[in-house]
Write a protein that binds this ligand. Structure first.
Ligand SMILES: [Zn+2]
Length: 500
């Protein structure tokens, strides 16, 4: 049997700080682990970027021909979860379950593909305990009063990912550090139980896992002791990923634990680094409801994963205009495709050649460290050329239009998850978003598609029950917010209009 052709990919490896050619441990196969969210709250736009980035990697690796095994976890036991559960008056288990459902909803709306395995800490306690035992057996950890601590002085490679100097870190470590630690940087693998907290039986007494051990345990269970790609936000490099390396390599005695470390950078919102601890940040759910999954994908993926996203009005407007250009061209292409077949003008034949070249450019861009802005730039050049020829009235073009649509939907769309909707529907949605933004700018409240549709149903029911005052009020209220209702034989439709 001949070896399956794999496209060459280069990635920026945080371990070397350089762009490297991807060579997986086993040809044609790729193992990837991505650190997922801690489920103690609704996720924000920054967390959505994390999910979308690993989804992008997953899609590009699959497109390149790899047989990918991709694991993404949910951290479902941790201090923040315990604290929040107390605030909400429910168990931490219930709280974690509740927010896992919410995150799953957001990921679904944002069109994330399902990973091969989605894992949680609480379903891997046995594996975690076994791993801690192995680290102890290797002489790289010690037990004090029911707590198991990793001994970084016994792991010479500590600091190799973050490039941090251990002596500097020790000097800078807080003095209030408990004396039980041999080194102030030693970290918990297993913590003793506090009253009222979730806990499990272990050889060291009742307790729960430290934060870092879960990822080492889950990646080795599902992907093996050494993996190809590990992804996370750059804020996880130290200490989380540094500690994962120490744990995994100490337990297995094999290095490297991870061949390629990929880190995305954060989303800057109003010049403040977005993080859930700041409170009051826009949740992914708010954003997805006001805009759409596709809109979020475009906004968060059109910027290279190693560049900061400046989240704000400008980014939203750019996304709006870019999606509009894509869908207007796609709509035109659908019209050309539906035309009767005529002799093809030579411009269209040349355009098909341009399509071939664009297809290669898109693939090359994605294979070059996931260069999404590069892929989009090629597509916009193609759109300009398509619009020029279509606008010139060149005859024929059905085949060229089909090719063009395929590039939007497959070559670009299968990776970025944009441009795949019917153009009429997508353009209407963009018009709604534009209207909502205008309404918001003019001081009237924005209104979501769901709200409009719910009000249309309510209005219909009001009319059935002859409550015309209410049905009239709904119409006027929506009109004041820029939504025009139109009653027709097929029911009520709506659109955004200018308010005068
Ligand atoms: Zn992790």
């Amino acid at each position: 049997m001949t070896q399956k052709q794999i496209r060459e990919i280069s990635v920026t490896n945080s371990m070397s700080g350089r762009k490297e050619r991807l060579e997986t441990r086993s040809p044609g196969k790729l193992t990837m682990y991505s650190c997922g969210p801690t489920v103690y709250n609704l996720i924000h736009i920054g967390n959505l970027r994390a999910g979308l980035t690993s989804d992008l990697f997953f899609r590009v690796f699959m497109r390149a021909g790899y047989d990918v095994t991709y694991v993404r976890n949910y951290t479902d036991v941790d201090d923040k979860i315990i604290k929040r559960a107390k605030e909400e008056g429910i168990s931490s288990e219930e709280l974690a379950r509740k927010y896992t459902v919410e995150v799953e909803k957001d990921y679904h709306t944002a069109g994330l593909l399902e990973p091969t395995h989605k894992t949680t800490v609480t379903t891997h306690i046995a594996e975690i305990i076994t791993l801690v035992e192995r680290i102890l057996a290797a002489g790289k950890a010690y037990v004090v009063d029911g707590e198991v601590l990793f001994s970084i002085s016994d792991f010479p490679g500590y600091g190799k990912l973050s490039g941090k100097n251990i002596d500097d870190l020790v000097a800078g470590a807080r003095v209030e550090v408990r004396e039980m630690k041999r080194n102030p940087l030693d970290f918990s693998l297993w913590k003793p139980a506090k009253p009222g907290e979730p806990s499990w039986d272990s050889p060291w007494g009742k307790g729960r896992p430290g934060w870092h051990i879960e990822c080492s345990a889950m990646s080795s269970k599902w992907l093996g002791e050494q993996i190809d790609v590990h992804h996370g936000g750059e804020d996880l490099i130290f200490p989380h990923h540094e500690n994962e390396i120490a744990q995994s390599e100490a337990a297995s005695g094999k290095a490297p634990f991870v061949k390629y470390w990929l880190h995305h950078v954060f989303v800057n919102m109003a010049k403040e680094k977005m993080s859930k601890s700041l409170g009051n940040v826009l949740t992914a759910q708010d954003f997805l409801k006001t805009y759409s999954g596709e809109f979020a994908r475009y906004l968060l993926l059109s910027v290279h994963y190693r560049s900061i996203i400046e989240f704000g009005e400008e980014a939203v407007d750019q996304t709006l205009n870019s999606l509009q250009r894509i869908y207007e061209a796609k709509q035109k292409a659908c019209e050309i495709l539906a035309r009767p077949l005529l002799l093809e003008a030579p411009e269209w034949a040349a355009f098909r050649t341009t399509c071939e070249k664009t297809r290669k450019d898109i693939d090359d861009a994605f294979a070059n460290d996931f260069n999404t802005p590069g892929a989009l730039a090629s597509v916009f050049i193609l759109i300009r050329e398509f619009n020029r020829i279509a606008g010139s009235g060149a005859q024929g073009g059905n085949e060229a239009a089909r090719f063009f649509i395929e590039i939007i939907e497959k070559d670009l769309g299968d990776i970025l998850g944009v441009g795949q909707r019917p153009p009429g529907e997508a353009l209407k949605d963009l018009q709604r978003i534009r209207g909502a933004r205008q309404a918001a700018a003019s001081g009237t409240a924005a209104v979501s598609k769901e709200e409009i549709e719910a009000l249309i149903v309510e209005r219909l029911e009001s009319r059935k029950s002859k409550n015309f005052a209410r049905s009239d009020e709904i119409r006027k209220d929506l009109l004041a917010r820029g939504v025009i209702l139109k009653d027709g034989p097929g029911g009520t439709t709506w659109e955004y209009g200018n308010i005068h």
